[in-house]
Ligand binder design. Structure first.
Ligand code: APR
Length: 235
């Protein structure tokens, strides 16, 4: 399949863990997925953090180390090229690994936060990149800093969801890549896009519970499919 970006006014690329799979970052669900090996109740919810902040921070530090061993792949690069060749591309991602930004994407909405930020409930968010945390306590109140990630049982940041929904409900092309689509609000995205008449394309080697919401499916892995998907000749 070929998509001609010049035919669209506003493009949204929506990504999930499958986008990073070929970089070596494990997906969450399915064989070898993170939630098969670890219980989220112990590592990825506020309750666990309150019980054992050091353990939860250690788990996320390990994830940071694992992500730093991985590199963006040709599919991430293809999205960067799309941004360079088209006036309006928004990347909406459920991924917390920062891989799109590392590849060079500029307009990225992170629905589930980032591994590379920490947050004090009272004094806001700080950037903290690198293998180890530079700090794990707030320098204003001395309280524990938690990863600025949307964990299980957390609410999504409404302002971030609003930005994503604004982009999605006004786009005319939605390309969804590597998500099982089961976590809210992902399932609503193709519906919102189609209400605006957008073409909705799913890239995923496997059919998902949400596949029926997309009119076109490309059953290939992201790094194989994306480098040949866009044709800029009409620009
Ligand atoms: N290319 C494209 N898709 C792939 C690839 C690949 N190389 N490899 C796997 N996939 C697909 C799988 O078939 C699956 O449908 O990626 C999807 C990954 O699904 P999940 O692991 O459920 O990841 P995601 O949809 O991002 O999960 C959403 O759930 O646990 C929470 O907060 C976490 O952000 C995460 C959210």
């Amino acid at each position: 399949m070929t998509l001609y970006p010049a035919e669209y006014t506003r493009i949204v690329v929506f990504t999930g863990a499958g986008m990073s799979a070929e970089s070596g970052v494990p997906t969450y669900r399915g064989r070898g997925g993170t939630w098969e090996r670890y219980q989220w109740e112990e590592y990825a919810c506020q309750e666990a953090f309150e019980r054992d902040p050091e353990g939860v921070l250690r788990f996320h530090a390990l994830r940071r180390q694992a992500v730093l061993q991985c590199k963006p792949h040709a599919g991430h690069e293809a999205i960067v090229q799309l941004e360079k060749n088209h006036g309006s591309v928004t990347v909406v991602t459920q991924n917390i690994d920062g891989m799109h930004q590392r590849a060079g994407s500029r307009n990225v909405i992170e629905l589930h936060g980032s591994l590379w930020r920490l947050r004090c409930p009272d004094h806001g968010v700080i950037d903290d990149v690198g293998e180890r945390y530079t700090t794990d306590h707030c320098d204003r109140c001395g309280g524990w800093l938690r990863p600025d990630i949307v964990w299980f049982c957390d609410n999504l940041d409404e302002a971030v969801v609003d930005r994503a929904l604004t982009a999605i409900s006004s786009c005319d092309l939605l390309v969804s890549i590597g998500t099982s689509g089961v976590v809210w609000p992902a399932a609503g995205f193709p519906v919102a896009a189609r209400e605006n008449g957008a073409q909705c394309v799913e890239i995923n080697p496997e059919e998902t519970d949400m596949s029926y919401l997309y009119e076109t499916a490309i059953r290939e892995p992201a790094a194989l499919c994306l480098p040949n998907l866009f044709d800029y000749k009409l620009l």
